[in-house]
Design a protein around this ligand. Structure first.
Ligand SMILES: [Zn+2]
Length: 268
């Protein structure tokens, strides 16, 4: 009887050891199958990637695109800081990368926006963009990488003050190298450029996205980045500031800019 009891006990011990082993093996296999990134998902399904100056929030399918975004932003960081020279030290910037235009538009509360709208500075330390993998009908992968640099520039400029829209967009387009050859623009070829001296251009003319790069290019070549920076920083009326800092009226500025563009891009 004792021998049988001992045998049963030994069998039980062996079985439990075996079960334990199986459980252990199961757990190990399970762990190695889980993608380490998936474990860090937040409640909205976003994964985080942190670089020196940015924290990216993105969906798993955009991992490679986020690597490219991180690369272009970090590569351009010092240059832009040096051009704009913010007076306060910037905190880490959060970047939200949305997998589609629809999801991006919903997230920034502009559900009816057009496909051209793909980036948005949400706050002083955050911006949102559409994933370069899914840029929609207007833009492409490369353009979306530049859009990230554009939105970052808005954040750097915004840390100083909010300049008039044309100046704010122009500096962002310039820093992001979003150059469009004016000879490809019908309105420029016809000489029907936006008018700086009436409020059309100062307020809300989408043509600024086509010509903004050349506005800063002109200012840097005629004056300097330092003067651009001064004009951005200076409080008060822009027209008065142009006279004070650049020694030109908006009307003169407009003429000189168009001549610059004509000589450089349209003449031939
Ligand atoms: Zn912009």
């Amino acid at each position: 009887m004792n021998k049988i009891v001992i045998k049963i006990i030994v069998l039980l011990i062996i079985t439990s050891l075996l079960l334990g082993c199986y459980q252990k093996i199961d757990k190990t296999t399970e762990k190695s199958v889980i993608n380490p990134d998936e474990e860090k998902k937040d409640m909205n399904g976003f994964i985080k990637k942190e670089t020196e100056h940015f924290i990216f929030n993105y969906k798993i399918d955009d991992k490679k695109a986020v690597d490219d975004l991180a690369k272009i932003l970090e590569e351009n960081y010092e240059r832009i800081i040096n051009d704009i020279k913010p007076t306060i030290e910037l905190s880490t910037i959060k970047v939200f990368v949305y997998p589609s235009i629809d999801e991006f538009h919903k997230a920034v509360y502009k559900p009816d926006a057009s496909d051209g709208f793909v980036g948005y500075a949400i706050s002083a330390t955050e911006f949102a963009i559409v994933s370069p993998n899914n840029p929609g009908t207007v833009h492409n992968y490369e353009y979306m990488l530049k859009t990230a640099v554009h939105e970052f520039t808005h954040i750097v400029v915004g840390s100083l003050r909010m300049p008039p829209r044309w100046l704010n967009e122009s500096i962002a387009l310039y820093e992001a190298k979003q150059f469009i050859d004016p000879s490809n623009l019908k309105f420029m070829m016809k000489g029907e450029h936006p008018n700086f001296a009436n409020n059309n251009f100062v307020s809300m003319d989408s043509r600024v996205y086509a010509i903004g790069y050349t506005i800063i290019e002109f200012m840097v070549e005629k004056w300097s980045m330092e003067k651009v920076r001064k004009l951005i920083k200076e409080k008060g009326n822009l027209e008065d500031n142009m006279i004070k800092i650049l020694n030109v009226t908006p009307r003169e500025f407009e003429k000189q800019w168009f001549n610059f563009v004509y000589d450089k891009y349209l003449k031939n």
